[in-house]
Design a protein around this ligand. Sequence first.
Ligand code: CP3
Length: 346
Amino acid sequence: MTDLALTTSRILAAARRQGSDRPPVWIMRQAGRYLPEYRAVRERYDFMQLCKVPELAVEVSLQPVERLKVDAAILFSDILIPLEAMGLEVVFTEHGPQLPGPVRTLADIQRLGIPDPLADFPFQAETVRLLARALADKVPVIGFAGAPFTLAAYAVEGGGSKNFHRTKRLMHCEPAAFASLLDKLAQTVAATLSAQVAAGAKLVQIFDSWGGELNKADYRAFSLPATRQIVRTLRAAGVPVILYLGGGPHLVDLLVETEADVLSLDWRSDLGEVLDRWGDRIAVQGNLDPALLFASPERIRREVMRIRAQVGGRAGHIWNLGHGILPDTPVEHAQAFVEAAQGNGQ
Ligand code: CP3
């Protein structure tokens, strides 16, 4: 096997719980403001331009691969792009994304369309195609989309939220309407990820950043069927699926039922315990606390050793943080994490 093929296969091998020379590593939100070269591009273009002009999206997707030598590239885009194509206005402000016309009623939900990714946001698949070509199999491209619950939360709240009261109110007061919203989102996400795979993504990640807000009964009733529908579509296409869920140690047993290949968990979970219980069915990804990257490289290396001891050399592990890297993280500390995870710098 050539070195290039080895790199491409590391993350696919880990996702399938097969061994390789070492566990792979990448970082959620690895293309972003902690990188000076990203900030330099952002001075010239706004965020939506970066998402919508494939050459720019490719340029920033490649930055962390070149600087950090991570084992995968992730498409540069945003989970809210498909919402825009469903008919919702999305504006990125300094204070995060805002949706000025949120979804609050059954009529609002019925108005949402199910987009055709290649016709309605062709730039996303085109970015994957150009990125895969630029990388020439050196490292694989990860495609991504939001999970139905997390997308519903942005659509209903009209932006970020601390407590998701409006989303939960709709879920509890109009469960059939809420289920139909999740179903529309699941169809949209399945089509989005399928288009990315057809364009060359070798694995995909579903981001359920706020999924841990639900208790077990509500996760089972609402999120599980919608998420499983997406996972089945992608697995039928032969592509491993990573499911990230924030704040969800109480939901791990249900996440296994989504049939995802890899569970990406945050710092609240003990990866060793999850593997002890489910290691014959799933691989794990994670889970260093992104805030720990503000500590010294020495402290970061110790944390990597602690997680490595939990995993105990089992094959199904992809190194990552427990959530996206924070915008003011020192880039040398991100580098120390990657090197330690790759088994260097110790
Ligand atoms: O991982 C990568 O490098 C690929 C790019 C990527 C972005 N967003 C680019 C981005 C990915 C995978 C996402 C996913 C995403 N987007 C999620 C799920 C992951 C998570 O962190 O929970 C969510 C919830 C969003 C929605 C979103 N987009 C928020 C809340 C924000 C504002 C927060 C912030 O970091 O500014 C965005 C904007 C955004 N998406 C930026 C980037 C690089 C910052 C835009 C800028 O340059 O100013």
